[in-house]
Every structure is written in structure tokens, then in C-alpha cells.
Design a protein around this ligand. Structure first.
Ligand code: SF4
Ligand code: SF4
Length: 99
């Protein structure tokens, strides 16, 4: 039972000092969590401290790949607007590549 950091991580260092088990370490291209040390903070805190402080939605996931801070959870941006923005970005990228 351990959390994971993925490539959305921006290497901000915020989570590293908060881990009660020193499971988080700087690595390239992004921070990592040692699965042998992470307890998901059970017994130490009511919630995983890394996910509580992480400013990036989706950067920390559980063993199923589910984000502890899913899209919109930190920014408050409604999912519909995020989907529309992603669609607009995709449309712009398609225009640029075809021109
Ligand atoms: S969930 Fe807790 S124990 Fe696991 S890496 Fe995050 S802060 Fe450390
Ligand atoms: S707080 Fe989030 S973005 Fe910052 S280093 Fe940790 S996982 Fe990466």
C-alpha cells in the first residue's frame, strides 16, 4: 500500500519534508515515493501529507492510478470547463500541425 508520484510533478519540494516515513526523495525527472516506506500516512496522520500539500492536481496517485487531488479539486475549476479547455487546445494544436 503506497502512493506514487507521476510525471505531472513539478519538483517543488513541498511534500518531501512532510513525509513521516522519509519515503519521498528527489529523482529525475521527478520526485519519487519509496513503496517500501510509504504507509499512506496511516497511524501518523488523518490524510496523506504529500497529497495534502501538493499543489499539482493529479501528481500523486494511489495504487489504482487514481489521483488524490483529481482535476478541479484544488483549482475549483468545474470539470466541464476543463474539458472544454482541453478540446480548444486540441483544436489549436490540430490547426498548427496542418498549416
Ligand atoms: S502518503 Fe504519507 S507516508 Fe506515503 S509518501 Fe506521502 S507523506 Fe509519505
Ligand atoms: S508536492 Fe507535488 S509537485 Fe511538489 S515535489 Fe511533491 S509531488 Fe512533486
Amino acid at each position: 500500500m503506497a502512493l506514487e508520484i507521476n510525471d505531472l510533478c513539478v519538483n517543488c519540494w513541498a511534500c518531501e519534508p512532510l513525509c513521516p516515513n522519509k519515503a519521498i526523495f528527489a529523482a529525475s525527472p521527478h520526485f519519487e515515493i519509496d513503496p517500501d516506506k510509504c504507509t499512506e500516512c496511516l497511524g501518523d496522520h488523518a490524510a496523506p501529507q504529500c497529497a495534502e500539500i501538493c499543489p499539482i492536481e493529479g501528481a500523486i496517485v494511489d495504487e489504482l492510478g487514481d489521483a488524490l487531488n483529481p482535476p478541479g479539486s484544488l483549482t475549483g475549476i468545474p470539470l466541464q470547463l476543463l474539458a472544454e479547455a482541453a478540446g480548444a487546445q486540441a483544436g489549436t494544436a490540430a490547426k498548427v500541425s496542418s498549416s
